[in-house]
Design a protein around this ligand. Structure first.
Ligand SMILES: NC(=O)c1ccc[n+]([C@@H]2O[C@H](COP(=O)([O-])OP(=O)(O)OC[C@H]3O[C@@H](n4cnc5c(N)ncnc54)[C@H](OP(=O)(O)O)[C@@H]3O)[C@@H](O)[C@H]2O)c1
Length: 313
């Protein structure tokens, strides 16, 4: 099958490309054009590389030509400049759906997020829901995945706290840290996407992608510390102070540094609510073997080079 993967250079994208290539698919990758120097050579497993912004209709039309399935992974967790949730999640999905339809693409496998719903407090979740609705109404044969937090080599969550704990005597917890998350390994997410491309029972279905255990933020930090054999103080930051901090970071990173901040107010809202779902339908259909969180992160945090998995598109 000829498969186009958008967001192919990202954390999840690299794993999905590898899984699709290993399953024998011909993978076309869509990645954002680089402003900082010449385009690197395509990563192994990629038959063809297209450089395009998700808002570039002409480039998307070209990338969809001759493609059987689109796997749409493009997404952002922080808004920077013109890259807002509305532009990337909603308009970007609208554009790629239109290009896929016009090119006669057979299937569309879409990345959403657990917690996406119409009246969610976080704009990230609301925009992800609006994108899901576009996919459901597209007329294409679709599958939607809704993961909780995804971990693995190169992730921006577990690695962030593991790195921080190397030198900092404290780890910050925003608010109570009691809200529950269900972390899932990136390998499992990639496997589901790769199998969904040919699995007829996945058509017209939305799947939660969640690990075997619901863990509080505090429990996740304690597990990271246990796996890395460190003892650090968990410092609870009151929410009003955390919001102020996030606001300053947003301003500094967006306006001055022009890159995503390490924390934004939308993420704070999401961290205050449970992000859990039912892992069983995906486990059963895609043959996942649930791995305990401590075992999963031990596979890459235990190595001296924490957080391998650099961008290579
Ligand atoms: N990681 C998680 O825990 C998690 C959980 C639930 C859902 N998700 C969803 O999973 C997807 C992948 O996330 P990730 O963790 O792999 O994030 P990531 O590493 O930041 O990957 C996102 C990808 O989207 C691309 N992208 C962003 N803006 C674009 C634009 N304007 N035009 C074209 N491409 C653009 C990025 O390109 P660059 O490389 O150039 O930035 C990158 O390749 C996202 O939709 C995210 O919302 C992630």
């Amino acid at each position: 099958m000829n498969v186009l993967v958008t967001g192919a250079g990202g954390f999840v994208g690299r794993a999905v490309v590898a899984e699709l290539a290993a399953a024998g698919h011909s993978v076309q990758a869509l990645a954002r054009p680089r402003r900082d120097g010449p385009a690197p050579a395509p990563a192994p497993g990629i038959a063809r590389l297209h450089y395009a912004d998700i808002g570039d209709a002409a480039a998307l039309a070209q990338a969809c030509a001759g493609v059987g399935t689109v796997v749409h992974l493009v997404g952002i967790i922080s808004e920077v400049g013109r890259n807002t949730f509305e532009r990337i999640h909603i308009e970007g999905t609208r554009q790629i759906l239109a290009a896929a339809r016009a090119a006669g693409v057979g299937r569309f496998v879409h990345m959403s997020a657990l917690g996406a719903r119409p009246h969610a407090p976080a704009r990230y979740h609301r925009s992800k829901w609006a994108a899901e609705e576009l996919v459901r109404q597209s007329g294409l044969a679709w599958t939607i995945f809704r993961p909780s937090i995804i971990y693995g080599p190169g992730d921006q969550f577990v690695n962030l706290f593991a790195r921080l704990s190397r030198w900092s005597p404290i780890l910050p917890v925003m608010g109570s840290g009691r809200a529950l998350l269900q972390p899932i390994p990136v390998g499992d997410v990639a496997r589901c996407f790769a199998r969904a491309v040919t699995e007829p029972r996945a058509l017209g279905q939305s799947f939660d992608l969640a690990g075997p255990a619901a863990l509080s933020f505090v429990a996740i930090l304690r597990t990271i510390l246990a796996v890395t054999h460190r003892r650090r103080l968990l410092l609870h930051i009151p929410l009003p102070l955390a919001r102020l901090q996030a606001r300053v970071l947003e301003f500094l990173f967006d306006r001055v540094l022009h890159r995503p901040p390490p924390l934004n107010r939308d993420q704070l809202l999401m961290l205050q609510e449970d992000n859990v779902g039912d892992p069983r339908p995906a486990q059963e259909l895609f043959g996942l073997l649930p791995v305990p969180f401590a075992t999963g992160i031990g596979r890459y945090l235990a190595s001296p080079r924490q957080g391998v998995g650099q961008k290579n598109l």
